[in-house]
Design a protein around this ligand. Structure first.
Ligand code: KG4
Ligand code: ZN
Length: 340
């Protein structure tokens, strides 16, 4: 059986065909980076207009690569939220139109849960309970999954997402968009201990994150030390900033691990492509004797294979999968924090 999965929550148009044994037959991702780069961030109106142009060709290419016809599909799955409403609606309407015409069920998929599910594509045997850190341009959230598909939110960012902080500092220094990859590249040879950042602590001892303080500290260091694009101290500054973001993320993972005693750790989302963060996360898992999964880079950034993976998990695990053409887009993350 095959699902056609569609993801258009932000600025990537993606379609994938995923088989029920989780073989990814195709995973086409068309990035809009070039369109948004001049603005240093995603422009929602431009994103939805570009999705409209791209969705047809991307779905067609996905089916052709997989060698599967529309008639041979068993399910449709599409990201419902959170994300940019205009962008989400393009994918939703496209999937619903196809599903209606071909009289096949369509599943509405949560983007953040799909990021977590991406880890199971390459590591299907991860042991529960699992502590999962989702870290991207729009989200920074920590979940505990005691069982498959049971997500309990432990903490989330109270201001910027980690990727957003990287993107904003890159924009300030005129380094380009998206900021994460360019900061990684230009900071690779830098000294991560050269500039000191105090990693913020929540006064209420919660597992929430905050990155606005780090951003302000970064701006102070930039101004105080004359850090500029192509300047001699740029690499050290970028390495130090990246390191501070990584420490802020991992401190909460370590604190949560103490409390909830997981068997496995997952790191996922676009920022999980970061080499420094991947290495530090792996160290943390190994030190604590925990299984861990960090998806390969192409599965970290937004892609439809993760949407297909979650669709199959729902079909196989849930007694009753909500299947309705009455799906609407939602902009924000669902659910409130769990107090532990
Ligand atoms: O998951 P994603 O593709 O989209 C959202 O759902 O937000 O994540 C995009 C984010 C951007 O902020 C980008 O700067 C960041 O992921 N990113 C990275 C790297 N590659 C992408 N951050 C740090 N290091 C990277 N190598
Ligand atoms: Zn994402």
């Amino acid at each position: 059986m095959n699902v056609l999965a569609i993801e258009t929550s932000c600025d990537e148009t993606s379609a994938a065909v995923v088989r029920d044994d989780l073989a990814v037959l195709s995973n086409i991702v068309l990035s809009q980076d070039e369109i948004h780069a001049p603005f240093g961030g995603v422009v929602p109106e431009l994103a939805s207009r570009q999705h409209l142009k791209s969705i047809g060709p991307v779905v067609r290419e996905s089916l052709a690569t997989a060698g599967v016809s529309l008639e041979a599909l068993d399910y449709y799955a599409v990201t419902q939220g959170p994300g940019l409403i205009g962008s989400l609606l393009v994918g939703l309407c496209f999937a619903k139109g196809l599903a209606y015409y071909h009289q096949k069920p369509v599943l509405g998929i949560d983007h953040i849960q799909a990021h977590i599910e991406s880890a199971f594509l390459e590591n299907p045997g991860l042991a529960f309970p699992i502590l999962a850190l989702v870290v991207s341009g729009g989200h920074t959230s920590l979940f505990i999954l005691k069982r498959k598909l049971r997500y309990q939110l432990l903490g989330r960012t109270r201001d910027d997402a980690a990727g957003e902080a990287l993107d904003k500092i890159a924009k300030f220094l005129d380094l380009g968009y998206p900021g994460g990859p360019v900061i990684q590249k230009l900071g690779a040879a830098g000294d991560p201990g050269r500039f000191e950042f105090a990693v913020p602590r929540m006064s209420d001892r919660s597992l929430d994150f905050s990155f606005s303080g780090l951003k302000t500290a970064a701006l102070r260091i930039i101004r105080g030390n004359g850090i500029v694009k192509d300047g001699p101290r740029l690499a050290d500054f970028l390495a130090s900033f990246e390191n501070a973001i990584s420490r802020a993320l991992l401190r909460n993972v370590a604190r949560a691990a103490e409390k909830v005693k997981p068997k496995s750790l997952i790191l996922c989302g676009g920022v999980a492509r970061n080499k420094r963060l991947r290495a530090a996360f792996e160290n943390l898992a190994v030190e604590r004797g925990l299984q861990h999964a960090i998806p390969s880079p192409k599965l970290c950034t937004d892609n439809a294979a993760m949407v297909g993976a979650l669709a199959w998990a729902q079909v196989k695990t849930l007694k009753k999968v909500p299947l309705s053409l009455d799906l609407d887009a939602y902009p924000r993350q669902k659910g409130s924090n769990l107090h532990i």
